[in-house]
Design a protein around this ligand. Structure first.
Ligand code: FAD
Length: 322
């Protein structure tokens, strides 16, 4: 069975959930071989093995942290060459950084690329990726017709599954290209942690819009999010009004989310907002206007004032967790 390279997104050895989802998809099309780079790379092996990695290729050079994406492109290119015969695909998460790595890798190795896939299955002529296009108005299926398929996959597109495999750690030899050291990282400032999950990776997202009517009211949305262990999102109207940070904006010019559950409160459902959340598995909306367009795409809708509904929902969830 052909091997499938999976780029590991990790922080000092702690593997992030989208990588484990990629392993589930990789197992559908071949044998997953994980590629872990940077500080703590070898610490990722145990969890990757538990989720199906037959091999874990590691490289811990300081270049991965000291320079922007090119050293990682060099490493993935080396990994492609280290796999014989050629890998059936290279899978990466659809983060901003990984999509840049994927694009550069595809150019380097002369391959086609598919970004933001929401599903992946084996096909006779290579893996077939599902994408959700034009604000989720269309679902498309595509496959790469040239070179090793490079595919980035949105978080929450597959379940995390236990599938114990050998996970043998092997050192990947990488010779860095002349471009690798072209852009140096000069400082890093960690973002203040909210204690909530990362918006694009969260299994549940609770978002607030113009109906929240002020920054001082967003604590209602945050309280519901915290009762569910969810991330907080916001519409552009709420962000433009300065009520919530731009990093939390969901939509065409914000982040794209695809959680198991999306709760929209005081959001009308403009096409540009839908573009960022329409692939969510279950959508719930709370809006006082029964005619709001958001109700066209919901699984459950509550017509009501969010200032009544949201706190009651939070209390009920908290009580049931009791
Ligand atoms: P509104 O459309 O004003 O809706 C507010 C809703 O709250 C209404 O339906 C109202 O009935 C309801 N409401 C009011 N009070 C209450 C209450 N007390 N209880 C319950 N419900 C209440 N938008 C995004 O969100 N993300 C994007 O990335 C994005 N990108 C854009 C890019 C471009 C190029 C353009 C042109 C627009 C973009 N927009 C984006 C803006 C988008 O068109 C809408 O203007 C925006 O989504 C509206 O936000 P909203 O739903 O919060 O506000």
């Amino acid at each position: 069975m052909a091997e499938v390279l999976v780029f590991v997104d990790h922080v000092d050895g702690a593997v992030r959930k989208p990588t484990l989802e990629l392993l589930t998809l990789a197992r559908r099309i071949g044998e997953p071989v994980a590629v872990a780079l940077g500080s703590g790379a070898s610490d990722t092996a145990a969890v990757l093995a538990e989720h199906g990695a037959v091999r874990v290729l590691t490289a811990e050079a300081s270049e991965f942290a000291d320079y922007l994406v090119v050293p990682k492109v060099d490493a993935l290119q080396a990994a492609c060459a280290a796999v014989s015969p050629s890998p059936a695909a290279v899978l990466l998460p659809s983060s901003a950084e990984a999509k840049e790595i994927a694009a550069r890798l595809a150019v380097r190795i002369g391959s086609g690329i598919i970004t933001d896939a929401v599903d992946l299955e084996a096909g006779e002529q290579g893996p077939v990726a599902t994408q959700s296009a034009f604000a989720a108005s269309y679902t498309t299926k595509s496959r790469v017709s040239k070179g090793i398929p490079v595919v980035t996959v949105k978080p929450n597109s597959a379940p995390v599954e236990q599938a114990p495999a050998a996970g043998a750690v092997e050192t990947l030899t990488v010779s860095f290209s002349a471009q690798a050291t072209g852009t140096k990282v000069v400082s890093r400032t960690p973002r203040e942690s909210t204690g909530r999950p990362e918006l694009t990776e969260a299994a549940i997202v609770v978002s607030g819009g113009r109906g929240v009517n002020g920054a001082e009211n967003f604590h209602i949305i945050e309280a519901l999010a915290d009762s569910l262990g969810a991330a907080v999102g916001a519409s552009r109207a709420a962000v433009d009004a300065g009520w919530y940070p731009h990093t939390n904006q969901v939509g065409q010019t914000g982040k794209s989310v695809s959680p198991q559950l999306y709760i929209a409160s005081g959001i009308s459902g403009a096409i540009q907002h839908r573009a960022g959340m329409q692939t969510s598995k279950t959508i719930v909306a709370i809006n006082k206007d029964a005619e709001a367009p958001i109700f066209d795409l919901v699984d459950y809708g509550v017509v009501g004032d969010l200032f009544n509904v949201v706190p009651q929902l939070t209390d009920e969830i908290t009580a049931r967790k009791g």
